[in-house]
Design a protein around this ligand. Structure first.
Ligand code: SPD
Length: 348
């Protein structure tokens, strides 16, 4: 079967550019799972295109779809017979992140205790936070790269509670959080007061330029933007504006669940124009806890089978970069514009 034609048809129906490699991966994933959210996780391309693919494959009698899930037909088995099933062979200790938490067992205990009372994710701000192990692993990577000890760090949006992990470590020079959700700024401030670390917390809408007092002040920033080009430009661009000098570092997450590689290319290209250089991209580093409002999302409406995810399925890559001489940030004002949704996004 010609996967190129199949990819063309799915691209035209979903308006998301996919290619024969995506189809090959999807068919390999179908040999491993019959459940929609696991299939998206293993296939590694945007939800709307994966679910459109299932409709096309059903029409071509390659799969059948029932409440129990997707099943390869006799024709389907013939089509996939030479395709390798997708295999997860990442390290079982670090879950493929390439970093150990051994040095931070006290911090881990404290963080696990403190985060238990965190505010739940809400749809209004497109929230969906990462697992505590992910937050701690991000901390460990930043520590290892020299971006924590004695450094001034800013968090642009912090439903992942990175500021609390940093504060509990006692290793930074200063921590600032700019975040739109008052439930979170209150929780972070109260935790800092209770646990005895200093923090500067401010309610800020990142659609607007960063308040002046944060411009060119920090050694590192961490953010996890919604997956549109505009939101990436706003959140990461404000982050770059906050950095003090060449050699400062930025961290962000970007997924394949809501962004095709064409969007990845566009985002990388626009960030390179700010004169930064990528130092790390770690595949599937960030694992998100299912956010609880799945049934209200476009992803749910598009899914051919209405079942809730049985395990976490949304993951993103961890990006790190450093600033070069002449770097600059983003001071564009997006007003009240909805910068959070596009044709590839689906979980808001
Ligand atoms: N809308 C719920 C899922 C939100 C996950 N956001 C991940 C952002 C990664 N850049």
């Amino acid at each position: 079967m010609d996967f190129k034609d199949l990819a063309k048809e799915i691209s035209s129906r979903s308006k998301i550019k996919i290619n024969r490699k995506n189809i090959e991966r999807l068919l390999g994933a179908l040999r491993k799972t019959k459940l929609p959210w696991e299939l998206v996780d293993l296939s590694d391309f945007p939800v709307p295109a994966v679910f459109e693919s299932m409709k096309v494959l059903e029409e071509k009698e390659i799969i059948s779809i029932s409440d129990a899930g997707f099943k390869l037909t006799a024709r389907g088995k013939e089509v996939v017979k030479d395709i390798h099933p997708v295999e997860d062979i990442s390290c079982s200790d670090c879950e493929g992140r390439g970093i150990t938490l051994e040095k931070f067992s006290d911090l881990e205990k404290k963080f696990l205790r403190v985060q238990k009372n965190r505010p739940g994710a809400i749809r209004r701000f497109d929230q969906g936070y990462v697992t505590p192990k992910t937050t701690l692993s991000r901390f460990a990577v930043a520590y290892e790269r020299g971006d924590v000890v004695g450094k001034e760090i800013i968090l642009l949006g912090d439903d992942d509670l990175m500021s609390i992990a940093l504060g509990l470590s006692g290793l930074t020079k200063g921590i600032t959080v700019v975040e739109i959700d008052k439930r979170l700024t209150d929780f972070i401030q109260e935790t800092a007061d209770k646990e005895g670390f200093k923090i500067n917390v401010q309610t800020v809408d990142l659609r607007h330029p960063l308040p002046k007092e944060h411009v060119k002040k920090y050694d590192a920033f961490i953010t996890d933007p919604p997956e549109t080009i505009k939101a990436a430009d706003a959140f990461i661009g404000r982050g770059i504006a906050s950095l003090r000098a060449p050699g400062s570092a930025g961290y962000f997450g970007f997924t394949r669940r809501e962004a095709s590689l064409t969007k990845w290319y566009d985002v990388q290209k626009l960030l390179l124009k700010y004169r930064i250089v990528f130092t790390d991209i770690v595949h599937n580093f960030n694992e998100y806890v299912n956010w609880g409002y799945e049934e209200e999302t476009r992803a749910w409406r598009l899914s051919p089978i209405k079942v809730r995810p049985r395990k976490n399925w949304y993951r993103s890559a961890l990006y790190r970069f450093e600033t070069l001489d002449g770097f600059r940030g983003n001071f564009k004002d997006y007003g009240e514009e909805n910068i959070y949704e596009d044709v590839e996004s689906s979980t808001t």
